[in-house]
Write a protein that binds this ligand. Structure first.
Ligand code: F6P
Length: 364
Protein backbone atom coordinates (compact mmCIF):
# COMPACT_ATOMS: atom_id res chain seq x y z
CA UNK A 1 0.00 0.00 0.00
CA UNK A 2 2.76 2.41 1.08
CA UNK A 3 4.79 1.48 -1.97
CA UNK A 4 1.86 2.12 -4.28
CA UNK A 5 1.25 5.54 -2.70
CA UNK A 6 4.91 6.39 -3.22
CA UNK A 7 4.70 5.37 -6.88
CA UNK A 8 1.45 7.25 -7.36
CA UNK A 9 3.19 10.41 -6.17
CA UNK A 10 6.02 9.86 -8.61
CA UNK A 11 3.85 9.25 -11.69
CA UNK A 12 2.49 12.67 -12.43
CA UNK A 13 2.38 13.00 -16.16
CA UNK A 14 1.74 10.42 -18.86
CA UNK A 15 1.69 10.62 -22.65
CA UNK A 16 -0.63 8.62 -24.85
CA UNK A 17 -0.48 7.89 -28.58
CA UNK A 18 -2.25 5.79 -31.20
CA UNK A 19 -0.05 4.33 -33.96
CA UNK A 20 -0.62 2.37 -37.18
CA UNK A 21 -3.97 1.90 -38.90
CA UNK A 22 -6.97 3.29 -37.06
CA UNK A 23 -9.92 1.19 -35.88
CA UNK A 24 -13.10 1.58 -33.87
CA UNK A 25 -12.46 1.58 -30.12
CA UNK A 26 -9.32 3.74 -30.07
CA UNK A 27 -11.17 6.71 -28.63
CA UNK A 28 -12.79 4.49 -26.02
CA UNK A 29 -9.28 3.43 -24.94
CA UNK A 30 -7.95 7.02 -24.93
CA UNK A 31 -10.93 8.04 -22.82
CA UNK A 32 -10.40 5.19 -20.36
CA UNK A 33 -6.68 5.91 -19.93
CA UNK A 34 -7.22 9.65 -19.51
CA UNK A 35 -10.23 9.43 -17.20
CA UNK A 36 -8.62 6.79 -14.97
CA UNK A 37 -5.36 8.75 -14.82
CA UNK A 38 -7.07 12.06 -14.06
CA UNK A 39 -10.00 10.95 -11.87
CA UNK A 40 -8.32 8.21 -9.88
CA UNK A 41 -4.70 9.36 -9.77
CA UNK A 42 -4.72 13.12 -10.41
CA UNK A 43 -2.22 12.75 -13.26
CA UNK A 44 -1.69 15.08 -16.17
CA UNK A 45 -2.31 13.45 -19.58
CA UNK A 46 -0.63 14.57 -22.77
CA UNK A 47 -2.03 13.38 -26.10
CA UNK A 48 0.71 12.79 -28.69
CA UNK A 49 -0.60 13.58 -32.16
CA UNK A 50 -0.29 11.24 -35.16
CA UNK A 51 1.45 8.32 -33.49
CA UNK A 52 5.23 8.49 -33.07
CA UNK A 53 5.27 11.40 -35.55
CA UNK A 54 4.07 13.55 -32.63
CA UNK A 55 7.05 12.57 -30.50
CA UNK A 56 9.46 13.10 -33.39
CA UNK A 57 8.06 16.52 -34.25
CA UNK A 58 6.82 17.52 -30.80
CA UNK A 59 3.12 17.71 -31.71
CA UNK A 60 1.06 17.27 -28.57
CA UNK A 61 -2.09 18.47 -26.84
CA UNK A 62 -3.04 18.33 -23.21
CA UNK A 63 -6.03 16.06 -22.61
CA UNK A 64 -8.46 17.32 -20.01
CA UNK A 65 -11.69 15.56 -19.07
CA UNK A 66 -13.68 17.70 -21.51
CA UNK A 67 -11.52 16.51 -24.45
CA UNK A 68 -12.14 12.85 -23.68
CA UNK A 69 -15.76 12.99 -22.73
CA UNK A 70 -18.32 12.09 -25.38
CA UNK A 71 -15.82 10.07 -27.43
CA UNK A 72 -16.65 6.55 -26.22
CA UNK A 73 -18.72 5.78 -29.30
CA UNK A 74 -16.65 7.73 -31.81
CA UNK A 75 -14.75 5.81 -34.51
CA UNK A 76 -11.15 6.66 -35.46
CA UNK A 77 -8.79 8.43 -33.06
CA UNK A 78 -9.01 12.00 -31.78
CA UNK A 79 -5.20 12.00 -31.59
CA UNK A 80 -4.63 11.09 -35.23
CA UNK A 81 -2.32 8.27 -36.26
CA UNK A 82 0.40 7.46 -38.75
CA UNK A 83 2.04 4.35 -40.10
CA UNK A 84 4.96 6.23 -41.58
CA UNK A 85 6.62 7.31 -38.37
CA UNK A 86 9.03 4.68 -37.13
CA UNK A 87 11.62 6.60 -35.03
CA UNK A 88 14.22 3.93 -35.86
CA UNK A 89 13.67 4.15 -39.63
CA UNK A 90 12.06 7.51 -40.34
CA UNK A 91 11.13 8.81 -43.77
CA UNK A 92 12.31 7.64 -47.16
CA UNK A 93 15.93 7.63 -45.97
CA UNK A 94 14.97 5.42 -43.02
CA UNK A 95 16.88 7.62 -40.56
CA UNK A 96 17.20 6.77 -36.89
CA UNK A 97 15.56 9.73 -35.10
CA UNK A 98 15.00 7.95 -31.80
CA UNK A 99 17.16 10.51 -29.98
CA UNK A 100 14.62 13.19 -30.90
CA UNK A 101 11.89 11.03 -29.45
CA UNK A 102 13.79 10.70 -26.16
CA UNK A 103 14.54 14.45 -26.12
CA UNK A 104 10.89 15.38 -26.63
CA UNK A 105 9.77 12.78 -24.10
CA UNK A 106 12.06 14.37 -21.49
CA UNK A 107 11.20 17.96 -22.50
CA UNK A 108 7.54 17.11 -21.99
CA UNK A 109 8.52 15.81 -18.52
CA UNK A 110 6.59 12.60 -19.12
CA UNK A 111 6.86 9.82 -16.55
CA UNK A 112 5.47 7.17 -18.90
CA UNK A 113 4.01 6.62 -22.34
CA UNK A 114 0.95 4.54 -23.23
CA UNK A 115 1.13 3.26 -26.83
CA UNK A 116 -2.07 1.97 -28.38
CA UNK A 117 -1.16 0.02 -31.48
CA UNK A 118 -0.88 -3.15 -33.47
CA UNK A 119 2.12 -5.22 -34.40
CA UNK A 120 4.19 -2.34 -35.88
CA UNK A 121 3.57 0.14 -33.06
CA UNK A 122 4.20 -2.52 -30.41
CA UNK A 123 7.54 -3.37 -32.07
CA UNK A 124 8.59 0.27 -31.83
CA UNK A 125 7.31 0.49 -28.25
CA UNK A 126 9.35 -2.57 -27.35
CA UNK A 127 12.50 -1.15 -28.95
CA UNK A 128 12.10 2.17 -27.14
CA UNK A 129 11.49 0.34 -23.90
CA UNK A 130 14.69 -1.65 -24.42
CA UNK A 131 16.41 1.76 -24.47
CA UNK A 132 14.76 2.50 -21.10
CA UNK A 133 11.74 4.52 -22.13
CA UNK A 134 8.94 3.72 -19.64
CA UNK A 135 6.25 2.40 -21.97
CA UNK A 136 3.14 0.27 -21.67
CA UNK A 137 1.10 -1.01 -24.61
CA UNK A 138 -2.54 -1.57 -25.48
CA UNK A 139 -3.11 -3.94 -28.42
CA UNK A 140 -5.44 -2.80 -31.17
CA UNK A 141 -5.95 -3.89 -34.77
CA UNK A 142 -8.89 -5.11 -36.75
CA UNK A 143 -6.63 -7.98 -37.88
CA UNK A 144 -6.52 -9.55 -34.37
CA UNK A 145 -3.07 -10.87 -35.23
CA UNK A 146 -1.27 -9.88 -32.00
CA UNK A 147 -0.05 -12.85 -29.93
CA UNK A 148 -0.68 -13.26 -26.19
CA UNK A 149 -4.13 -11.71 -26.21
CA UNK A 150 -7.31 -13.41 -27.38
CA UNK A 151 -8.68 -10.20 -28.84
CA UNK A 152 -7.41 -6.79 -29.89
CA UNK A 153 -9.45 -3.59 -29.87
CA UNK A 154 -11.19 -3.06 -33.23
CA UNK A 155 -11.51 -6.66 -34.32
CA UNK A 156 -15.07 -7.18 -33.12
CA UNK A 157 -16.23 -3.96 -34.79
CA UNK A 158 -14.64 -4.95 -38.11
CA UNK A 159 -16.31 -8.35 -37.91
CA UNK A 160 -19.68 -6.68 -37.24
CA UNK A 161 -19.36 -4.48 -40.36
CA UNK A 162 -18.20 -7.41 -42.50
CA UNK A 163 -21.00 -9.65 -41.22
CA UNK A 164 -23.60 -7.04 -42.08
CA UNK A 165 -22.15 -6.79 -45.58
CA UNK A 166 -22.33 -10.57 -46.02
CA UNK A 167 -25.95 -10.55 -44.80
CA UNK A 168 -26.83 -7.90 -47.35
CA UNK A 169 -25.10 -9.65 -50.22
CA UNK A 170 -27.29 -12.74 -49.81
CA UNK A 171 -30.41 -11.28 -51.45
CA UNK A 172 -28.69 -10.02 -54.57
CA UNK A 173 -26.66 -13.24 -54.88
CA UNK A 174 -29.86 -15.27 -54.71
CA UNK A 175 -31.82 -13.07 -57.13
CA UNK A 176 -29.14 -13.31 -59.81
CA UNK A 177 -28.01 -16.89 -59.09
CA UNK A 178 -24.46 -15.68 -58.76
CA UNK A 179 -21.31 -16.52 -56.89
CA UNK A 180 -20.53 -13.44 -54.78
CA UNK A 181 -17.02 -13.09 -53.43
CA UNK A 182 -16.55 -10.75 -50.48
CA UNK A 183 -12.92 -9.90 -49.83
CA UNK A 184 -12.09 -8.84 -46.30
CA UNK A 185 -9.04 -7.27 -44.64
CA UNK A 186 -6.79 -9.01 -42.14
CA UNK A 187 -3.33 -8.82 -43.71
CA UNK A 188 -1.55 -12.17 -43.36
CA UNK A 189 -4.12 -13.83 -41.11
CA UNK A 190 -7.72 -14.91 -41.54
CA UNK A 191 -9.37 -13.81 -38.30
CA UNK A 192 -11.78 -11.28 -39.80
CA UNK A 193 -12.75 -13.55 -42.71
CA UNK A 194 -13.23 -16.57 -40.45
CA UNK A 195 -15.37 -14.81 -37.85
CA UNK A 196 -17.44 -12.74 -40.30
CA UNK A 197 -17.67 -15.70 -42.66
CA UNK A 198 -19.11 -17.94 -39.95
CA UNK A 199 -21.37 -15.21 -38.55
CA UNK A 200 -22.68 -14.36 -42.02
CA UNK A 201 -23.13 -17.97 -43.09
CA UNK A 202 -20.53 -17.91 -45.87
CA UNK A 203 -20.67 -21.08 -47.96
CA UNK A 204 -16.97 -20.97 -48.71
CA UNK A 205 -14.38 -19.27 -46.51
CA UNK A 206 -10.79 -18.87 -47.64
CA UNK A 207 -8.14 -17.86 -45.11
CA UNK A 208 -4.34 -17.75 -45.46
CA UNK A 209 -3.92 -20.44 -42.82
CA UNK A 210 -5.72 -23.08 -44.94
CA UNK A 211 -4.35 -23.72 -48.45
CA UNK A 212 -7.20 -24.20 -50.93
CA UNK A 213 -7.68 -25.94 -54.26
CA UNK A 214 -9.70 -24.14 -56.93
CA UNK A 215 -11.23 -27.45 -58.06
CA UNK A 216 -12.64 -27.95 -54.57
CA UNK A 217 -14.27 -24.50 -54.63
CA UNK A 218 -15.79 -25.11 -58.06
CA UNK A 219 -17.09 -28.50 -56.96
CA UNK A 220 -18.75 -26.82 -53.98
CA UNK A 221 -20.57 -24.10 -55.96
CA UNK A 222 -21.72 -26.66 -58.54
CA UNK A 223 -22.91 -29.01 -55.80
CA UNK A 224 -24.94 -26.17 -54.31
CA UNK A 225 -26.56 -25.47 -57.70
CA UNK A 226 -27.46 -29.13 -58.07
CA UNK A 227 -29.15 -29.05 -54.66
CA UNK A 228 -31.25 -26.07 -55.72
CA UNK A 229 -29.12 -23.38 -54.06
CA UNK A 230 -28.36 -21.43 -57.17
CA UNK A 231 -26.04 -18.95 -55.48
CA UNK A 232 -22.94 -19.11 -53.33
CA UNK A 233 -21.36 -16.69 -50.88
CA UNK A 234 -17.62 -16.88 -50.70
CA UNK A 235 -15.69 -14.95 -48.02
CA UNK A 236 -12.03 -14.43 -48.84
CA UNK A 237 -9.26 -12.97 -46.68
CA UNK A 238 -7.06 -10.49 -48.56
CA UNK A 239 -3.98 -12.45 -47.46
CA UNK A 240 -4.99 -15.64 -49.29
CA UNK A 241 -2.35 -16.60 -51.84
CA UNK A 242 -3.30 -17.23 -55.45
CA UNK A 243 -2.50 -20.57 -57.08
CA UNK A 244 1.00 -19.37 -58.00
CA UNK A 245 1.49 -19.29 -54.18
CA UNK A 246 1.93 -15.53 -54.33
CA UNK A 247 0.13 -12.84 -52.36
CA UNK A 248 -1.84 -10.43 -54.50
CA UNK A 249 -0.39 -6.99 -53.81
CA UNK A 250 -2.50 -3.96 -54.68
CA UNK A 251 0.22 -1.40 -54.06
CA UNK A 252 3.57 -0.80 -52.42
CA UNK A 253 3.57 2.37 -50.36
CA UNK A 254 6.95 4.07 -50.19
CA UNK A 255 8.10 5.32 -46.79
CA UNK A 256 5.49 3.24 -44.97
CA UNK A 257 6.59 1.05 -42.17
CA UNK A 258 4.40 -1.66 -43.58
CA UNK A 259 4.61 -0.91 -47.33
CA UNK A 260 2.67 -3.88 -48.74
CA UNK A 261 -1.03 -3.25 -49.38
CA UNK A 262 -2.86 -6.44 -50.15
CA UNK A 263 -6.02 -6.72 -52.23
CA UNK A 264 -7.43 -8.17 -55.40
CA UNK A 265 -7.02 -11.94 -55.03
CA UNK A 266 -10.81 -12.20 -55.36
CA UNK A 267 -10.79 -10.88 -58.93
CA UNK A 268 -8.38 -13.62 -59.93
CA UNK A 269 -10.49 -16.25 -58.17
CA UNK A 270 -13.66 -14.90 -59.80
CA UNK A 271 -12.19 -15.31 -63.30
CA UNK A 272 -11.15 -18.86 -62.54
CA UNK A 273 -14.55 -19.77 -61.09
CA UNK A 274 -16.41 -18.30 -64.09
CA UNK A 275 -14.12 -20.13 -66.51
CA UNK A 276 -14.36 -23.46 -64.72
CA UNK A 277 -18.07 -23.47 -63.80
CA UNK A 278 -19.76 -21.05 -66.20
CA UNK A 279 -21.42 -19.41 -63.17
CA UNK A 280 -21.63 -15.65 -63.11
CA UNK A 281 -19.35 -14.30 -60.36
CA UNK A 282 -19.03 -10.85 -58.79
CA UNK A 283 -16.54 -9.36 -56.35
CA UNK A 284 -16.96 -6.92 -53.47
CA UNK A 285 -13.83 -5.64 -51.73
CA UNK A 286 -15.07 -4.19 -48.46
CA UNK A 287 -11.86 -2.28 -47.69
CA UNK A 288 -11.69 0.50 -45.12
CA UNK A 289 -15.40 0.34 -44.34
CA UNK A 290 -14.26 -2.37 -41.93
CA UNK A 291 -12.23 0.19 -40.01
CA UNK A 292 -14.85 2.90 -39.94
CA UNK A 293 -17.81 3.77 -37.75
CA UNK A 294 -18.74 3.16 -34.16
CA UNK A 295 -17.11 0.48 -32.01
CA UNK A 296 -19.31 -2.42 -30.96
CA UNK A 297 -20.26 -2.85 -27.32
CA UNK A 298 -17.58 -5.55 -27.01
CA UNK A 299 -14.86 -3.19 -28.25
CA UNK A 300 -16.06 -0.35 -26.01
CA UNK A 301 -15.89 -2.66 -22.99
CA UNK A 302 -12.52 -4.14 -23.98
CA UNK A 303 -11.05 -0.68 -24.61
CA UNK A 304 -12.34 0.61 -21.27
CA UNK A 305 -10.83 -2.34 -19.42
CA UNK A 306 -7.54 -2.13 -21.34
CA UNK A 307 -7.34 1.63 -20.69
CA UNK A 308 -7.78 1.24 -16.97
CA UNK A 309 -5.35 -1.68 -16.84
CA UNK A 310 -2.72 0.33 -18.74
CA UNK A 311 -2.81 3.00 -16.02
CA UNK A 312 -2.40 0.24 -13.40
CA UNK A 313 0.66 -1.01 -15.30
CA UNK A 314 2.15 2.49 -15.32
CA UNK A 315 1.59 2.84 -11.56
CA UNK A 316 3.12 -0.57 -10.93
CA UNK A 317 6.02 0.43 -13.22
CA UNK A 318 5.41 -2.71 -15.26
CA UNK A 319 7.01 -1.10 -18.26
CA UNK A 320 7.56 -3.12 -21.43
CA UNK A 321 4.20 -4.84 -20.80
CA UNK A 322 0.91 -4.58 -22.65
CA UNK A 323 -2.64 -5.26 -21.58
CA UNK A 324 -4.14 -8.58 -22.61
CA UNK A 325 -7.35 -10.57 -22.59
CA UNK A 326 -6.84 -14.27 -21.98
CA UNK A 327 -9.72 -16.65 -21.31
CA UNK A 328 -11.97 -13.78 -20.31
CA UNK A 329 -9.48 -12.23 -17.86
CA UNK A 330 -7.86 -8.83 -18.29
CA UNK A 331 -4.15 -9.05 -17.52
CA UNK A 332 -0.78 -8.10 -18.89
CA UNK A 333 2.05 -9.76 -20.80
CA UNK A 334 5.54 -8.65 -21.85
CA UNK A 335 5.28 -6.84 -25.19
CA UNK A 336 8.18 -9.02 -26.35
CA UNK A 337 6.00 -12.12 -26.06
CA UNK A 338 3.26 -10.51 -28.15
CA UNK A 339 5.40 -9.47 -31.11
CA UNK A 340 7.47 -12.59 -31.67
CA UNK A 341 5.11 -13.91 -34.34
CA UNK A 342 1.81 -12.93 -35.87
CA UNK A 343 -1.08 -14.75 -34.21
CA UNK A 344 -2.54 -17.12 -36.79
CA UNK A 345 -5.90 -18.85 -36.74
CA UNK A 346 -5.60 -22.16 -34.92
CA UNK A 347 -6.73 -24.86 -37.32
CA UNK A 348 -7.93 -27.13 -34.52
CA UNK A 349 -10.12 -24.41 -33.03
CA UNK A 350 -13.71 -25.14 -32.14
CA UNK A 351 -14.79 -22.38 -34.53
CA UNK A 352 -13.23 -24.11 -37.53
CA UNK A 353 -14.73 -27.38 -36.34
CA UNK A 354 -18.18 -25.82 -35.95
CA UNK A 355 -17.95 -24.21 -39.39
CA UNK A 356 -17.01 -27.53 -40.96
CA UNK A 357 -19.84 -29.09 -38.98
CA UNK A 358 -22.41 -26.87 -40.70
CA UNK A 359 -20.93 -27.64 -44.10
CA UNK A 360 -18.69 -24.62 -44.66
CA UNK A 361 -16.07 -25.32 -47.30
CA UNK A 362 -12.54 -24.02 -46.66
CA UNK A 363 -11.38 -25.04 -50.12
CA UNK A 364 -9.18 -27.84 -48.71
O1 F6P B 1 -3.70 -3.72 -40.30
C1 F6P B 1 -4.96 -3.19 -40.51
C2 F6P B 1 -5.29 -3.11 -41.97
O2 F6P B 1 -6.58 -2.58 -42.12
C3 F6P B 1 -5.16 -4.42 -42.74
O3 F6P B 1 -6.22 -5.30 -42.53
C4 F6P B 1 -5.03 -3.91 -44.15
O4 F6P B 1 -4.34 -4.83 -44.95
C5 F6P B 1 -4.21 -2.65 -43.97
O5 F6P B 1 -4.39 -2.25 -42.62
C6 F6P B 1 -4.61 -1.50 -44.87
O6 F6P B 1 -3.71 -0.47 -44.65
P1 F6P B 1 -3.93 1.02 -45.16
O7 F6P B 1 -4.99 1.66 -44.30
O8 F6P B 1 -2.62 1.69 -44.96
O9 F6P B 1 -4.36 0.96 -46.58
Amino acid sequence: MLLQKKRMRRTKKIGILTGGGDCPGLNAAIRAVAKTAIFCHQMEVIGIKDGFEGLIKDKTRKLEIKEVSGILTLGGTILGTSNRANPFAYGEEKKDVSEKVFRNFHNLKLDALVCIGGDGTLHIAHELNQLRMPIVGIPKTIDNDVEATDFTIGFDSAVAVATEAIDNIHSTAESHHRVMIIELMGRYTGWVALHAGVAGGGDIILIPEIPYKIEKICQEVKKRSEFGKRFSIMVVAEGVKFEDKKLVVREIIKGSEDPIRLGGVSYKLAHQIEDLTGLETRVIILGHLQRGGKPTDFDRILATQFGRKAVDLVLAEKFGHMTSLQCGEIGSVPIASAIRNLKKVNLDSSLIEAARGVGTCFGD
